[in-house]
Design a protein around this ligand. Structure first.
Ligand SMILES: NC(=O)N[C@@H](CC(=O)O)C(=O)O
Length: 434
C-alpha cells in the first residue's frame, strides 16, 4: 500500500466554478474551502489543480466487463483500469457474460473481482431471464439479497420482448426497489439488421434497423411500468422518436429514466459508408437529426444520464466484413471528452449538469448510495480532476482496455482526465494509472 493517506487539491474549479481547495483524507472529503492550510502529521500530497475541473467520481450504469468467459476481450481488472482512466469510480457490469450473470453465485464473483482489482467499485447487473433466453425469470431476489446487492436487472444485448415476462420482472423488482433496464429492440423488426434503416442502408446494401424497432418497445414498456407502478430504465436511447416517447411518459408521471451513449451523441450512420465494422454498434448509429434530438433531450433532462455501453471486442471479432462483425465499441476512456465536445463546448450543458448526468443520476437510478454524492465535507472522496483545455489524439494502443475497438482512433478530442480518486486513494495520477 502507498503511504500517502491525504491529498490537498489546490485551486480546482469545483463543478466548473470558482477556484477551490479540497482536502481528501481517510477516504472522505475532509474540507472544502477557498484556501486550505493543512498541517498534517502523516504524509500529504499537494496537487496544483489550477485550470482543472473537479467533478464527483463518474458512475457508469452500462459497462461490459466480459468476465467471466471472455477474458480475451476484457477482464474486471482491465475494464476497471479503463474506467479509472476515464474518471469513473463506479461501474455497473452488464450480465451478458459466459456464464450469464443470472445467479447469486456469478454476481458475487464479479463483485468480488471488482473489490480485488481496486480501481473502481463494480456493481453487477443481474440478468432478467435465465441465460438471457427470454423464457423464464432469473433468480432476481437471490441476486438482490446476495453480497453484490443487485438493484439493476437487464438482459442487455437482448430485449425482454415477451410482454408478460417484462410485466412480471417489473412487478418482481418492486420488492427490493430494483429497476429493469431494458434493451429496447423488437426482435422481429430487426432480424439480420446491420445499420440504421434509411436511404443509406438501401444504397449500401446493409439490412436496415428501423427506429420503430426501438420506439415500439419503449412505448410498450412505459405503459407496462405505469400499469404496474414500477421503475423502468431505458438503455442506450438512439432515436428522436424515443426521446419524444420518454418525454411524453415523464409528463404523464411514469417512473421512467433513460440513458444515451457518447457515440450516439457524436457519430452518425454516414460512417457505415466506410464498411468499417468499428462503427457497427447496437443500437446502430443514427441520423444527424437523431443526434440533435438526443443532445436536446439530454440537455433538457428528458434523458437522465450518459452511459458508456463500453463493449470491448477482440480484433478477430471486429476485423472482418461488416455483416460478420460483432456489435459494440469501447467507451469508458473517451466518455467525458465526447460529452465535453457534444454538450459542454456547444453550451448545452455546464459542468454541474455533467455531474448530474454522469455521477448523481446514474448512482440514484442504480440505488448506489456510496457514489454520486456532491463534493461536500463528509462525502466519500470519489473525485475526478479533468483538464478541459487540452486536446489529445486518441491512440487505441494507449488504451487500458484489453480491446482496441474505439471508433475515435486518430480523432482529436478535447480534455483529459488528470486524476481519479476512489475513497481518497489515487487510481489515476498525472493522467496515468497510479
Ligand atoms: N452494444 C453493443 O453493440 N454490444 C453489446 C451488447 C449489445 O448488443 O447491446 C455487447 O455486449 O457487445
Amino acid at each position: 500500500m502507498t503511504s500517502v493517506t491525504s491529498y490537498l487539491i489546490k485551486n480546482a474549479s469545483l463543478l466548473g466554478g470558482e477556484p477551490t481547495d479540497l482536502l481528501l483524507a481517510d477516504g472522505v472529503v475532509r474540507e472544502v474551502a477557498r484556501s486550505i492550510h493543512f498541517e498534517s502529521s502523516g504524509p500529504v500530497e499537494t496537487i496544483d489543480a489550477t485550470g482543472l475541473v473537479a467533478l464527483p467520481g463518474l458512475v457508469d450504469l452500462h459497462t461490459h466487463l466480459r468476465e467471466p468467459g471472455r477474458e480475451d476481450a476484457e477482464t474486471v481488472e482491465s475494464g476497471t483500469r479503463a474506467a479509472a482512466m476515464g474518471g469513473f469510480t463506479a461501474v455497473h457490469a452488464m450480465a451478458n457474460t459466459e456464464p450469464v450473470a443470472d445467479t447469486a453465485g456469478v454476481v458475487e464473483q464479479v463483485w468480488r473481482l471488482g473489490r480485488e482489482a481496486g480501481y473502481c467499485d463494480v456493481y453487477p447487473v443481474g440478468a432478467v431471464t435465465v441465460g438471457l433466453r427470454g423464457e423464464q425469470l432469473a433468480e432476481l431476489g437471490a441476486m438482490a439479497d446476495s453480497a453484490a446487492g443487485v438493484r439493476v436487472f437487464s438482459d442487455d444485448g437482448r430485449c425482454v420482448s415477451d410482454a408478460v415476462l417484462m410485466r412480471r420482472a417489473l412487478e418482481y423488482v418492486k420488492a427490493f426497489d430494483g429497476v429493469v433496464a431494458q434493451h429496447a429492440q423488437e426482435p422481429r423488426l430487426t432480424e439480420g439488421a446491420q445499420m440504421n434503416e434509411g436511404e443509406l442502408s438501401g444504397r449500401l446494401g446493409l439490412a436496415g434497423w428501423p427506429a420503430v424497432a426501438e420506439e415500439a418497445i419503449i412505448a410498450r414498456d412505459v405503459l407496462l411500468a405505469e400499469h404496474v407502478g414500477s421503475r423502468l430504465h431505458v438503455c442506450h436511447v438512439s432515436t428522436a422518436g424515443s426521446v419524444d416517447i420518454v418525454r411524453w411518459a415523464k409528463a404523464k408521471g411514469v417512473d421512467v429514466t433513460a440513458e444515451v451513449c457518447p457515440h450516439h451523441l457524436l457519430l452518425t450512420d454516414e460512417l457505415a459508408a466506410t464498411y468499417d465494422p468499428i462503427y457497427k454498434v447496437n443500437p446502430p448509429l443514427r441520423s444527424a437529426a437523431d443526434v440533435e434530438a438526443l443532445r436536446a433531450g439530454l440537455a433538457d433532462g428528458t434523458i437522465d444520464i450518459v452511459a458508456t455501453d463500453h463493449a470491448p471486442h477482440p480484433l478477430e471479432d471486429k476485423d472482418c466484413e461488416w455483416a460478420a462483425a460483432a456489435f459494440g465499441m469501447l467507451g469508458l476512456e473517451t466518455a467525458l471528452s465526447i460529452v465535453q465536445e457534444t454538450m459542454v463546448d456547444p453550451g448545452l450543458l455546464d459542468w454541474a449538469g455533467v455531474a448530474e448526468r454522469m455521477s448523481y443520476a446514474p448512482a440514484r437510478i442504480g440505488r448506489v448510495t456510496d457514489h454520486g454524492r456532491p463534493l461536500e465535507v463528509g462525502a466519500p472522496a470519489h473525485v475526478v480532476l479533468y483538464d478541459p483545455a487540452v486536446r489529445r489524439t486518441v491512440e487505441p494502443a494507449e488504451s487500458a482496455s484489453l480491446s482496441r475497438n474505439t471508433p475515435y482512433a486518430g480523432m482529436e478530442l478535447p480534455g483529459r482526465v488528470v486524476a481519479t480518486f476512489l475513497r481518497g486513494r489515487a487510481t489515476v495520477l498525472d493522467g496515468k494509472l497510479a
